[in-house]
Design a protein around this ligand. Structure first.
Ligand code: GRF
Length: 190
């Protein structure tokens, strides 16, 4: 049984897509926990509904970023995951966590990296007038959205398409691509 831990700060739709795909395809995997820094994250409700344990590390209750990250590190080590999956986790992991789990932390980004790193990537690509954007899954390194790319999908931005419509299409692609990549990382091509 492989062990995965998922970190999310918000909606959690990727988290849910991973759980549902793993269950549907009967991956030999334990989704050990959702970890969130945000007590208002909708991902928490999803975790309850999906019966996945949820660990809330309320960022605001820590006196510093440092103490928050130390606690996060401690918990991650206790969970001893084969893979740490960032799914809309809005904080930057400190270098010592990245080093401790090198090649075992992945992230999904809603643009074709290295374009549009950072926040609001869908909107920035849309407003820049791009004709094509996409989704990237990459390993996490010490930078922000800079780690080695594992997989990408292109998405054409249609003539006259609204931002909301594009966002919906991008999320649909994410919900397929992320589980596919995670499965391959954990189990290879078997
Ligand atoms: C996704 O668009 C992902 O690419 C980005 O954050 C968003 C998270 O969405 N990193 P959700 O919380 O999984 O619905």
């Amino acid at each position: 049984m492989k062990r995965i831990v998922i970190l999310a700060s918000g909606n959690g739709s990727n988290f849910e897509a991973i759980v549902k795909t793993a269950r549907k395809e009967k991956w030999p995997v334990e989704i050990v926990s959702l970890i969130t820094d945000n007590p208002h994250a909708y991902a928490i409700k999803r975790a309850k509904r999906l019966r996945i344990p949820c660990k809330l590390l309320n960022y605001k209750e820590f006196d510093s970023k440092d103490s928050y990250n130390k606690e996060l590190f401690k918990i991650l080590k206790e969970f001893s995951p084969d893979l740490i999956v960032l799914a809309g986790y809005m904080r930057i992991l400190p270098p010592y966590i990245v080093r401790a789990f090198r090649w075992r932390i992945v992230n999904i980004h809603p643009a074709l990296l290295p374009a549009f790193r950072g926040l609001h990537a869908i909107e920035r690509a849309y407003k820049a007038g791009c004709k094509v954007t996409g989704v990237t899954v990459h390993f996490v390194d010490e930078g922000v959205d800079t780690g080695p790319i594992i997989a990408q999908r292109c998405i054409e931005i249609r003539e006259g398409e609204s931002l909301e419509h594009l966002e919906r299409r991008i999320h649909r692609v994410e919900h397929k691509l992320y589980p596919t990549v995670i499965k391959k990382l954990l189990f290879g091509d078997e």
